[in-house]
Design a binder for this molecule. Structure first.
Ligand code: BDR
Ligand code: CA
Length: 311
């Protein structure tokens, strides 16, 4: 059983990633933390609680995390996911409340209680993970591995010419997390843009029974509209779900090991990832696994199977 701590900014694809994980028998979603990004951290927590409720999992704790980045002003990206983060479908469940601790504290507590057992899946800015590393310097030894949706190392960014949103929203936090020396897999935009959910896949979700499928289909509409204007191929990319799938099915990607740096001072490149791919250079930082190629068809099939509980 893979024990997962999920940390996200609860936009539409964070919600889909969570629903996927909840549909798998081989996953125990231990806790959820939320962070600024697609929505403010507290609104993201209300979204997370709603998503868990949709899946009938009110038992899973949700903690509000960082309300702002470490070293730059807060900037919420409402365009892609709508003002409420869920494409107009946010509907807070009044009786559900977040835990009375921060997401970073929750992460540290669980990692100490279950040393070496948990996988952290991070699908938003990395502020909570950075704070948790500051609270508990032994965190890298206490978690099993970390899977991050963020960055891009071979193709353009989505929020700047080179920067991907999750890294750009808190580059200092990303630098701490990517440099912490823990087993980390980076699932970047260059890979997730190729895990495209086609119209035929959307039709399968529309036709599936149950509250989860109905909710997933509803929140997808805003996301599909956003991408319709920007890409010739109908459908949408599966950013955060790809990280969630690869957390349980790492065999669906080929990774390369490389040191990855976050550009913090570039005038036009802040938030960009710099990968040292020189063959004979001595790595001057910890190596991380950078997803380079994915098996799109099998990844999408796994995602739909978990989301629609066909497994
Ligand atoms: C990332 O940014 C957010 O909008 C998505 O939820 C995803 O985590 C993609 O760049
Ligand atoms: Ca996200």
């Amino acid at each position: 059983l893979a024990k997962i701590i999920f940390d996200g900014d609860y936009g539409i694809d964070d919600a889909l990633a969570t629903l996927f994980l909840l549909g798998r028998d081989d996953v125990e979603l231990v806790a959820v933390g939320t962070v600024h990004g697609n929505a403010p951290a507290d609104a993201a927590a209300a979204n997370a609680l709603q998503v868990l409720d949709v899946a009938g999992r009110r038992d899973i704790p949700v903690a509000v995390g960082a309300q702002r980045p470490l070293a730059q002003p807060l900037d919420i990206s409402a365009l892609v996911h709508g003002e409420d983060g869920l494409g107009g479908h946010a509907s807070p469940v009044p009786e559900l409340r977040p835990e009375p601790v921060s997401a970073a504290e929750q992460l540290v507590r669980i990692a100490r209680e279950l040393p070496g057992e948990c996988t952290v899946v991070a699908t938003g800015p990395l502020t909570n993970l950075a704070l948790a590393l500051l609270l508990e310097p032994r965190l890298p030894e206490l978690v099993r591995n970390v899977v991050v949706m963020g960055g891009t190392t071979r193709e353009p960014g989505n929020i700047g010419p080179f920067a991907e949103a999750n890294i750009w929203h808190d580059p200092e936090a990303a630098a701490l997390v990517l440099g912490a020396g823990w087993p980390l897999t980076l699932v970047g935009l260059d890979v997730t843009m190729r895990t495209w959910l086609d119209q035929s896949d959307v039709d399968r979700i529309a036709a599936a029974p149950g509250r989860k499928a109905e909710f997933a289909h509803a929140i997808l509409q805003h996301y599909l509209r956003f991408y319709r204007g920007r890409h010739s191929r109908p459908g949408c990319p599966l950013h955060d779900p790809s990280a969630a799938v690869l957390a349980v099915r790492p065999d669906l990607a080929r990774c390369e090991k490389a040191p990855v740096r976050v550009e913090l001072r570039g005038e036009h490149t802040r938030g960009m990832l710099v990968v040292d791919r020189r063959e004979f250079a001595e790595p001057d930082g910890p190596l991380i696994d950078v997803a380079a190629e994915i098996d799109r068809d099998r990844l999408v099939a796994e995602f739909l199977a978990g989301l629609l509980e066909l497994v």
